[in-house]
Design a protein around this ligand. Structure first.
Ligand SMILES: Nc1ncnc2c1ncn2[C@@H]1O[C@H](COP(=O)(O)OP(=O)(O)O)[C@@H](O)[C@H]1O
Ligand SMILES: [Mg+2]
Length: 263
């Protein structure tokens, strides 16, 4: 199944022609040098399997956002290639960009491509997405009456309403307080269990990366290169109790040490 998304309209040469079976996103020998001369990424090789959640950690400025924008087709690579096996892509940014004058429901519904669906189908998608993030009691409220965590849920619901096959999440919980952040992590785990989208998840938090991901990619300081890819060896479904388990703590420690080595 493929469906147009707002990103799809800008998705120039993000093609899928050399994706082998079972892969959903693939970067090959990828390099990105901006017009300013800044080389953000160098020689990035990474393939993400269909339904896999991959977390990306690395120092500030190492090209994590650039990598997601390349996957979304919002930038063109300077070198190498990006392949994405679907045009059904949702992008969640760190700051939820909500329309202040529109209700939660309208914010979720306002995506252009939902308008291309039959009205009843679109409406069902919107209500499902609002339910999925637990905002059903707030659907008629304006964003300003919501907490930061709830605004992020609206943003998540908006992406979910597209039922994307690929989710690109750029430090989505970075601006949230600790408790809200933990709540959102569990919510995302729950959504992932139910929908099994493919995800590229950028985060500053190693513990978040280990909790959520199947693999954690550790990037070096600029120009960003992949320094390590660590398989997270923890069963799913995962819950909050994981944080106290030795295997979880060990993996957080291991990745934190790798990350310290690249700074
Ligand atoms: N549009 C742009 N034009 C020029 N330089 C950019 C642009 N976007 C990002 N950069 C530079 O590329 C590098 C990587 O940026 P970014 O991908 O945002 O890193 P991260 O998300 O890991 O913090 C940084 O040095 C940043 O200043
Ligand atoms: Mg960034």
């Amino acid at each position: 199944m493929t469906r147009a998304t707002p990103l799809a309209d800008t998705m120039n040469d993000v093609d899928a022609s050399h994706l082998v079976h079972g892969l959903q996103v693939s970067f090959q020998h990828l390099g990105m040098t901006y017009g300013t001369g800044t080389t953000a990424l160098q020689d990035v090789d990474l393939s993400v399997r269909t339904g896999e959640m991959v977390a990306i950690v690395g120092p500030s400025g190492c090209g994590k956002s650039t990598l997601l924008r390349l996957a979304a087709g919002l930038e063109r690579p300077s070198r190498g290639s990006v392949a994405v096996g679907t045009r059904s892509v949702g992008f969640i940014f760190q700051e939820p960009t909500l329309l202040p004058w529109a209700s939660v429901r309208r914010n979720v519904a306002l995506l252009g491509e939902l308008a291309r669906l039959p009205r009843e189908v679109a409406r069902g998608r919107v209500e499902d997405a609002i339910l999925a993030v637990g905002l059903e009691d707030f659907a008629d409220q304006l964003p300003r009456s919501l907490s930061g965590g709830m605004r992020m849920r609206v943003s998540l619901a908006r992406a979910l309403a597209l039922e994307p096959q690929v989710m690109l999440l750029d430090e989505p919980f970075g601006a949230l307080d600790e408790m809200t952040r933990e709540e959102m992590q569990l919510q995302l785990l729950d959504l992932y269990e139910r929908r099994r989208f493919t995800a590229l998840f950028v985060t500053h938090s190693v513990s978040e990366a280990v909790l959520l991901a199947d693999r954690v990619v550790v990037m070096s300081a600029r120009p960003g290169r992949i320094r390590a890819v660590v398989d997270v060896d923890l069963p799913r479904p995962r819950g909050p109790e994981l944080r106290f388990e030795a295997s979880y703590v060990d993996q957080v420690k291991h990745i934190s040490e790798l990350l310290r080595g690249v700074r």
